[in-house]
Design a protein around this ligand. Structure first.
Ligand code: TRP
Length: 331
């Protein structure tokens, strides 16, 4: 039997290059070898968008389009919607008994997000608890592997703790999942911020038009200490070169640019123009597939309906086991 993957995304916006290198690429590469499930985490998205359900709803189809356009194949990967699997919510309630408030609030990603979202003064309990709900997401299908971005590592760690606690209290029902992060651990934003993020306004989206892409690349942050094209520049950690390494398949060109940059014999404009070309070559087929796929909304819905149906049956099986070991299988 194939090992299982479960991963997912909050439907709060379109996916960007950071998502691609962090997780999407792994999903595309592993969908043959693994029994893969990808979840549209609308329930989790509502934990910090409870006042904006339209946004969450509108981004469900956008996510499916992003998935399919990069090559996630619905014949190999099951795509489903979190809220349509109430078993996840049920399992979350049981898991909440197995974690302390302190432990949840120590999660570094949650801490960071609380700051970013201005939740310091009034923290919605649902938001604070979402890592527990995510542990239920990851385990209800007994996933072995979770391809995610680096920022999600604390969630997997917390999931493993919950699994150990559950299994030791009630019996071996769940497997401890492993995280899998992309080769490029973190893609910087176009503004030089160490992370590309939807909410940071510094992302290049998979669906950006050629024009948007050009504007973003030409405005990219480079080596701040370099003023003239004749100044020797730094390539390590320089966003334009991080992107060249990640997306320019012409390695000779990249090496040549790096050498000249270090010596001060190439200008930012040339480095950026070549980056634009490389990124555009990479994104063009994705953009075109997305455009085509977006015309067939019925097919998109069908993919979600079928994926959710299949997932629901598996969820019911897991919950039977859970109720049995928790001694609440009364009749
Ligand atoms: N928290 C993840 C993110 O923000 C999304 C997510 C929800 C997820 N449930 C998951 C990822 C389960 C992996 C597994 O990107």
């Amino acid at each position: 039997m194939k090992k299982r993957i479960l991963t997912g995304d909050r439907p709060t916006g379109r996916m960007h290059l950071g998502h691609f290198v962090g997780s999407l690429q792994n999903r595309v590469n592993l969908q043959d070898e693994y029994d893969q499930f990808v979840m549209i985490a609308d329930v989790q998205a509502l934990t910090d968008n409870f006042d904006n359900p339209e946004k969450v709803r509108n981004n469900v189809r956008e996510l499916v389009l992003d998935y399919l356009s990069v090559g996630i194949d619905p014949n190999k990967t099951t795509i489903f919607i979190q809220s349509l699997i109430p078993e996840i919510a049920e399992l979350t309630v049981f898991y909440l008994n197995l974690v302390t408030l302190d432990r949840v609030l120590r999660n570094p990603t949650v801490k960071e997000e609380i700051k970013q979202k201005g939740f310091e003064k009034s923290l919605p309990a649902g938001f604070a608890m979402y890592p527990v709900s995510q542990a239920a997401d990851i385990t209800f299908l007994n996933a072995n592997l979770v391809p995610v971005g680096e920022d999600q590592l604390p969630m997997i760690e917390q999931t493993r703790e919950i699994v150990r606690k559950f299994n030791s209290l009630y019996g071996e029902v769940f497997v401890e999942p492993e995280a899998l992060i992309g080769d490029i651990k973190r893609l910087p934003g176009i503004d030089g911020n160490s992370k590309m993020g939807k909410s940071l306004g510094n992302a290049i989206y998979l669906s950006d038009t050629e024009n948007d892409l050009k504007k973003k690349v030409m405005s990219m942050y480079t080596d701040p200490k370099r003023i003239h094209p004749t100044d020797p520049g730094e390539v390590i950690g320089n966003p334009v070169f991080v992107y060249h390494d990640a997306f320019n398949s012409d390695k000779n060109e990249v090496n040549d640019l790096k050498e000249r940059y270090k010596k001060g014999t190439v200008g930012d404009v040339e480095v950026k123009e070549k980056l634009f070309t490389a990124l555009n070559n990479f994104l063009m087929p994705i953009r075109e597939r997305r455009e085509d796929l977006s015309k067939d909304t019925e097919r998109l819905d069908q993919i979600l309906i079928e994926g959710t149906k299949k997932t629901k049956l598996l969820a019911e099986e897991t919950m039977k086991k859970v109720r049995k070991v928790m001694k609440i299988d009364y009749f």
